[in-house]
Design a protein around this ligand. Structure first.
Ligand code: UFG
Length: 327
């Protein structure tokens, strides 16, 4: 298939692009490198550098595209609380432009990178797809608004689309992993402490209504996540918008994640309590039964230990490269 991957230099986007290329697809990536990495772009993919809103129409008008996987977005919960305007512009407005460019050029197969943050604070866990959506932060609100737009485009214009609501993506695939200039995610930060690149990890709040008081998340391996995108792309039907959760179905608290990182790395990893982070729900755990049942998604790396091990291997490799670059 000839595919457009927006945000294909980002963490999840580049793993997905790598898998697509490996499977023989013809991949064009649009990325502005605001958070992505140049060396994460697969060699055999074509790169169009720039903002989605400036590039999508031109690229799609070249013709022949069979589908779009849309990752490009601003995706930090805390930052979205501080800078909502940026999130509405870069997420909602840019995506509306992409949807119209797809429509103008007869491209009707879309996989959209969505998030558990669309649900907000769930009343019960695990979260199933038909639970109420009530985002607790602007990031989740922008992604939910896009889902509404996609549903209406499917009904009115025959778009075939799948929104994948990711829970907490982690791990690495070969030499692609979490490598952001400004890191805010728990597992890569904890591993940077293990590597000696940071002094300690801050635990954002220990007064949540959870067993140990710290927030609980469902961690999913990035390679399993990529697989779900391929399944979605291959099974989209014109006029239908499907929504699936993607998680491992197990919840781990911040303290449990830190302990797992201590076990895997063999390092002490000092931790210090800090206030809660704005916009953080207490517990997010997915039910992914729907995508398993309907698309036959079969995640293979569901253990937190596997996720942390792969992330650690990547982090160490990255640390070694940085070390040799300095010498
Ligand atoms: N945390 C800490 N200390 C840190 C960093 C994070 O205690 O230094 C805590 C957070 O407060 C949160 C948990 O670890 O309770 C996980 O935080 P992350 O920043 O790793 O991930 P989030 O849960 O905030 O968000 C991620 C993605 C979102 C997605 C969400 C869905 O970044 O895009 O998972 O579950 F919406």
């Amino acid at each position: 298939m000839k595919l457009l991957v927006t945000g294909g230099a980002g963490y999840v986007g580049s793993v997905c692009a790598a898998v697509l290329v490996e499977q023989g697809h013809d991949v064009t990536i649009i990325d502005n490198f605001s958070t992505g990495n140049r060396n994460a772009v697969p060699k055999r993919a074509r790169l169009v550098e720039g903002n989605l809103e400036d590039k999508a129409a031109g690229v799609l008008s070249e013709g022949g595209f069979d589908g779009v996987i849309h990752f490009a977005a601003q995706s930090l919960v805390g930052e979205s609380v501080e800078k909502p305007a940026q999130y509405w512009q870069k997420n909602l407005v840019a995506t509306l432009g992409l949807l119209d460019a797809m429509r103008d050029n007869g491209v009707s197969n879309l996989v959209f990178s969505s998030t558990a943050a669309t649900y907000g604070e769930p009343h019960t866990v695990p979260i199933v797809e038909d639970m109420p959506t009530s985002p607790t932060n602007p990031y989740g609100a922008t992604k939910l608004s896009i889902d509404y737009a996609i549903t209406s485009y499917a009904h009115a214009y025959g778009l075939g689309a799948t929104s994948l609501r990711y829970f907490n993506v982690a791990g690495a695939y070969g030499d692609i992993g979490e490598n952001r200039e400004v890191e805010t995610h728990l597992i890569p930060l904890v591993l940077q402490v293990a590597l000696g690149h940071r002094d300690k990890i801050f635990i954002f709040g220990d007064d949540y209504a959870t067993a140990d008081g710290t927030a609980v998340r469902d961690y999913i391996h990035v390679r399993d996540l990529a697989e779900a995108h391929l399944l979605a792309l291959e099974t989209n039907q014109p006029g239908i918008h499907r929504i699936y959760n993607l998680g491992s179905g197990d919840g781990f608290s911040v303290k449990q994640v830190i302990d797992m990182c201590r076990n895997v790395t063999g390092h002490d990893i000092p931790a210090e309590l800090a206030p809660r982070r704005a916009g953080d729900p207490a517990v997010l755990i997915a039910s992914s039964d729907k995508i398993k049942r309907e698309l036959g998604w079969n995640p293979k790396r569901t253990k937190l230990e596997t996720i942390v091990r792969d992330a650690w291997e990547f982090t160490r490799e990255l640390g070694d490269q940085a070390h040799s670059a300095k010498r």
